[in-house]
Design a protein around this ligand. Structure first.
Ligand code: CIR
Length: 406
C-alpha cells in the first residue's frame, strides 16, 4: 500500500503532486488575469516546457512525480467520484435547473480526461453551445464562462498540504481558488492510491462554509521534529490556524504549532513567499518582512484545549527551540535593496528542498542564489520566465505527499 507522510520540509522528498500548465492558463487574458490572481498573461508552450524542466529535475533527484490533471481524471473513473464532483460543481443553485442539466449532460458525455480538463480549464458558452445548442445558450455572449477556469491549480502547495501522517484540504481565502479544494477532496476520498491508504484528514473535508477560518498550504511549513510553523498572512487566519492545530493535536501528529504574524499584502501572500527551509538549521528569508514578527506557540492542553503562549524572544528562537538547535543559519534575499525586492517578488525565497541542503529555485534570482551557494547550499536552478508570472516558485508549485523526517 502507498505511504503518505511528510515528516519535514527538507528530508528526502519522495512523492510530489504537480500541475502542468494547460487549458486554464490558455484562458487567461489581460482583462481577467487580475481576478484570477495572475499578474500577467503567459506563454503556454513556454510555461509548459519550464514546468517539464521542473518535473525532470525532481525525477532526477529520485522523486516520484504525480500530475494533478491525470490524478483527477483517474479519480473521475470511479462513477461515485464523478457524481460527487458534479454534484458539487454543477448544481441547480449555481445554474438553475435547465442549464444545470445541459452542463451536466455535456460533462457526462466527455472522457474522464476531457472532463478533468474542463473542470480545471473552465467551460465557455460557445463550447457548450456547439455541443448542445439550446436557444438560451445562443442568446448568451459566446466567450463568457459557464464554468470559470481555475489556473491557480498550478500552485498545488496551497490547496492541500500534508503534515506528518495526514492532510489538510484547505478552505481557500480567495473565491478564484475555492473550487480547487473540491478536486483535492475528491482525489483523497476516491482515487485508488488514497482510497485504502492510512492517513488523517485534519481539516477542510466537509461541505460546511468555513467562512473566515481559511488556511492555505503556502503558509504551512512542516519544520520537523513534531513542530509546524504557520504564517498568518493575507490568506491564513488565526481561526484557520487554530482549527488545523486542533486536528494535529487531536491525532497526536504534532506537538507544537508556531503561529507567525505576517503583513496582509500580495508580495507576501503566504509565508513561503518570504521564508523557506533549505537545510535542517538553514532558511532563506526576505529581511524586510521577516523581522520582529509577532509569534505564538500553540501546544496541546487538557481536554483537547490548546495552550497559547506569546513568544518573547523572536520567531527564530522559537523555531530553534522546536527543532532542538542552538541557532539557525538565516540566508537573506541577495543583492542591494532594489535587487532584493525584485528577486523576492520573483520568488527567490520560495525554494523547494529535495533533500537536506539541496534546493530547487528559479535561475533568474542570481543574487539570492549566490547567497545560498556561499552558505553551502546546492542549488538546482530551473527556468521560470513564464511560470513565475502567477507569483509562485518551486515550493508553491509542489505538494509533497511523501518526505522523510529530519
Ligand atoms: N504558496 C504560494 O505563495 N503560492 C502562490 C500562489 C499564487 C497564486 N496566483 C495566488 O495568488 O493564489
Amino acid at each position: 500500500m502507498s505511504r503518505f507522510y511528510v515528516g519535514s520540509e527538507v528530508g528526502q522528498l519522495r512523492k510530489v503532486l504537480l500541475h502542468r500548465p494547460e487549458l486554464s492558463l490558455r484562458r487567461l487574458t489581460p482583462s481577467n488575469c487580475e481576478d484570477l490572481l495572475f499578474d500577467d498573461v503567459l506563454r503556454i508552450e513556454q510555461a509548459g516546457e519550464e514546468h517539464d524542466a521542473f518535473a525532470q529535475v525532481l525525477r532526477d533527484q529520485g522523486v516520484e512525480v504525480f500530475l494533478l490533471r491525470d490524478t483527477l481524471a483517474e479519480t473521475l473513473a470511479n462513477p461515485e467520484a464523478k457524481t460527487w464532483v458534479l454534484d458539487c460543481q454543477v448544481n441547480e443553485h449555481r445554474y438553475g435547473p435547465s442549464l444545470a442539466r445541459e452542463v451536466r449532460n455535456y460533462f457526462e458525455s466527455l472522457s474522464n480526461h476531457d472532463l478533468a480538463s474542463h473542470l480545471i480549464g473552465g467551460l465557455t458558452v460557445d463550447e457548450l453551445n456547439s455541443a448542445c445548442g439550446s436557444p438560451t445558450l445562443g442568446m448568451m455572449n459566446q466567450t463568457d464562462f459557464i464554468l470559470d477556469p481555475i489556473p491557480n491549480h498550478l500552485f498545488t502547495r496551497d490547496t492541500s498540504c500534508w503534515v506528518y501522517g495526514g492532510v489538510s484540504v484547505n478552505p481557500m481565502a480567495k473565491p478564484a481558488r475555492k473550487r480547487e479544494t473540491v478536486h483535492m477532496r475528491a482525489i483523497y476520498k476516491f482515487h485508488p492510491m488514497f482510497k485504502d491508504a492510512d492517513f488523517h484528514t485534519y481539516y477542510g473535508d466537509s461541505d460546511m462554509n468555513y467562512d473566515l477560518a481559511t488556511i492555505e498550504g503556502g503558509d504551512v511549513l512542516v519544520i520537523g521534529r513534531g513542530a509546524v510553523l504557520i504564517g498568518m498572512s493575507e490568506r491564513t487566519t488565526a481561526q484557520g490556524v487554530e482549527n488545523l492545530a486542533r486536528g494535529l493535536f487531536k491525532t497526536g501528529q504534532a506537538k507544537k504549532v508556531i503561529a507567525l504574524e505576517l503583513p496582509k499584502a500580495r508580495s507576501c501572500m503566504h509565508l513561503d513567499t518570504v521564508f523557506t527551509h533549505m537545510d535542517v538549521d538553514c532558511f532563506t528569508y526576505y529581511p524586510d518582512i521577516m523581522k520582529g514578527n509577532n509569534c505564538w506557540e500553540l501546544t496541546p492542553g487538557d481536554n483537547e484545549d490548546i495552550v497559547f503562549t506569546q513568544v518573547k524572544d523572536g520567531f527564530t528562537n522559537a523555531i530553534a527551540r522546536a527543532l532542538d538547535l542552538d541557532s539557525l543559519r538565516m540566508i537573506p534575499t541577495g543583492g542591494d535593496v532594489f535587487e532584493a525586492e525584485r528577486e523576492q517578488w520573483n520568488d527567490a525565497n520560495n525554494v523547494l528542498a529535495v533533500k537536506p541542503g539541496t534546493v530547487v529555485t528559479y535561475e533568474r534570482n542570481v543574487y539570492t542564489i549566490e547567497n545560498m551557494q556561499k552558505a553551502g547550499i546546492e542549488v538546482l536552478a530551473i527556468p521560470g520566465e513564464d511560470l513565475g508570472r502567477g507569483r509562485g516558485g518551486a515550493r508553491c508549485m509542489s505538494c509533497p505527499m511523501e518526505r522523510d523526517d529530519i
